[in-house]
Design a protein around this ligand. Structure first.
Ligand code: FES
Length: 108
């Protein structure tokens, strides 16, 4: 697991767009979510088929912006807990990475 601080640019994108992808120096891909003033970092791996959540480098939310969606088969995840609340992997969750969150406070 990487303990490299999140780059400022990733924090800014997550803050302004709600979520951002981050590829760590070790090559692992993470999803950085900023929702209702809190920031979370998850491994970019859907528990349904262990595929990345993004579609072509883009992350998706439901139309009302309340849930993070997997681009593959539409699983919907709570943006702070990472729990899948609807879709093919309901009840499972994204793997949270608190070690990266320590440096991931939202920008004022
Ligand atoms: S891989 Fe995410 S819903 Fe199927």
């Amino acid at each position: 697991m990487s303990t490299t601080p999140l780059p400022e640019e990733v924090r800014r994108r997550a803050t302004s767009e709600g979520a951002a992808l981050y590829t760590a120096p070790n090559g692992r891909s993470y999803v950085v979510v900023c929702w209702q003033g809190a920031m979370r970092v998850f491994v970019n791996c859907c528990p349904h088929r262990q595929l990345p959540l993004d579609g072509g480098g883009r992350l998706y939310f439901t139309a009302d912006g309340s849930l993070l969606c997997c681009a593959n088969h539409g699983a919907k995840f709570h943006p702070l807990t990472g729990l899948c609340v609807a879709g093919p992997c309901a009840g499972k969750g994204l793997q949270r990475v608190p070690a990266l969150e320590g440096s991931a406070m939202p920008l004022p």
